[in-house]
Write a protein that binds this ligand. Structure first.
Ligand code: FRU
Length: 455
């Protein structure tokens, strides 16, 4: 353990001594941010999937709580979401109570007497602010007799006539489709429409999200659909594409010509950003996401102990219209307000005139380093972690990941966050993000910026 202590991030969530993957049930309620997560309560690799739980009041200081929803002999608890049932539509709350309702995937084990091998959607509720959870006796509430129907994201949709309803976005993973359903009580669901396959389809589709997002400098909002896919991500293995378009309460229609992975927009261009979803229950209009900072190619092999895997920082999302006329997502990380030991944030700006090339070298006391390169001629940012420390644990790990720089002006601005084993880079005001894991022998706390010969 001692050897990897410096790799544990201080502002990114990690479980104390177990495995985690996708964020689940992100919800803000009564002043507390709840982060549930895919967790193996008994080990440091994927298995026995259950919902772990952590809470925070600032999104950068997390306290791990007891496991919220546990696997059983016949069922694993896969990814999903949580809502605050203000109107008690499901009827779980007694007088004076408010129920938090989790909508999760029951992944039935081969031992299940009737549903073996199937994935269907189920409910659990909490009447004590997320501390303890009770499974609904009518589970599952939505069953398509499918082996790959999972990851329900439920949100409240305000109908045009003030007559709102719940909407669920879930995937038929193997079909590369997002299926949309509606409900008045979270128990009975009616199919609305099906989206996809579209754009990147090189892997199964997982963990969808759908939400309105305002366009900066306007009073307009568009709808954004997030779809994780694995493999087939832009940097190899797991990745996250998004679509901007419109949603009328029934159907999501993306902007522009469809077709082909070339048309895809990516939330992140590094190898280690997956399954991001947004918080429910945020009343101030901010759209905040958390993703999982890893890649299924090697997630089970990363060299940390006794914990394995970290979440990304929370990111605040907005849309901006770029000069090519497209609405694109910008992301800004939520950072601690005070400096914190172990967390380094570099704000760097490099000029782009005459096709110049700059390296931003992240290093520590030893030879290990990550080299970020801003190539003004190619309009790219690359992250080279081939000599970043321990890279040998999996052949897909030592990588150079490349991201496009949209609308770069006379300079490119970078926000570089280094926190233990997680490196998150935001460029051009957050139009480009690049997340990479690193396992250096000493922390990469320092930065050197230098100009290099054009390629
Ligand atoms: C995505 C995912 C989900 C599934 C969960 C299982 O990383 O594969 O589709 O619900 O992980 O842990």
């Amino acid at each position: 353990d001692r050897a990897t202590t410096h790799l544990r991030p201080v502002a990114h969530f990690t479980a104390h001594d177990t495995w985690l993957n996708d964020p689940n049930g992100l919800v803000f309620h009564d002043g507390t941010w709840h982060l549930f997560f895919q967790n193996n309560p008994h080990g440091d690799t994927h298995g026995n999937m259950s919902w772990g739980h952590a809470t925070s009041t600032d999104l950068v200081t997390w306290t791990e709580q007891p496991v919220a929803i546990r696997h059983t002999d016949t069922e694993e608890i896969f990814s999903g979401s949580a809502v605050v049932d203000e109107k008690n539509t499901a009827g779980f709350a007694g007088p004076g109570q408010t129920a938090l309702v989790a909508i999760y995937t029951s992944a039935y084990r081969p031992t299940h007497p009737t549903l073996a091998g199937r994935q269907a959607q189920s409910l659990a509720y909490s009447l004590d602010d997320g501390r303890t959870w009770t499974r609904y006796e009518g589970n599952p509430v939505l069953d398509r007799e499918s082996a790959d129907f999972r990851d329900p994201k439920v949100f409240w949709y305000d109908g045009a006539d003030g007559d709102g309803y719940w909407v669920m976005a879930a995937v038929e993973a193997a079909d590369r489709q997002v299926v949309l359903y509606r409900s008045d009580d979270l128990k009975q669901w009616h199919h609305l429409s099906t989206f996809g396959p579209a754009h990147a389809t090189g892997g199964v589709w997982e963990c969808p999200d759908l939400f309105p997002l305002s366009v900066r400098g306007t009073d307009r909002a568009r709808w954004v659909m997030i779809v994780s896919l694995n493999p087939g991500g832009v940097a190899g293995g797991s990745g996250v594409q998004y679509f901007v378009g419109d949603f009328d309460g029934t159907t999501f229609v993306p902007d522009g010509p469809g077709g082909g992975p070339q048309g895809a927009d990516w939330l992140d261009h590094g190898r280690d950003y997956y399954a991001p979803v947004s918080f429910n229950g945020v009343a101030d209009g901010r759209r905040l996401t958390v993703g999982w900072a890893s890649n299924w190619d090697y997630a089970n092999d990363t060299p940390t102990a006794p914990w394995r895997s970290a979440m990304s920082l929370a990111r605040e999302l907005e849309l901006v219209r770029t000069t090519d006329g497209r609405d694109r997502v910008v992301q800004r990380p939520v950072l601690p307000e005070e400096p914190r030991d172990g967390l380094v944030v570099h704000e760097v700006e490099v000029p782009t005139d005459e096709g110049r090339r700059h390296e931003i070298v992240l290093h520590g006391d030893g030879p290990d380093a990550v080299v970020l390169t801003v190539d003004a001629a190619a309009r790219t940012l690359t992250g080279d972690r081939r000599r970043s420390g321990d890279t040998e644990f999996h052949p897909a790990f030592p990588s150079v990941d490349t991201a496009p720089l949209h609308d770069a002006g006379a300079t490119v601005d970078l926000t570089v966050v280094v926190d233990g084993c997680v490196l998150e880079v935001f460029a051009c005001g957050g139009l480009t993000a690049l997340t990479q894991l690193v396992f250096p022998s000493t922390p990469l706390t320092r930065v050197t910026v230098r100009e290099v010969a054009a390629a």
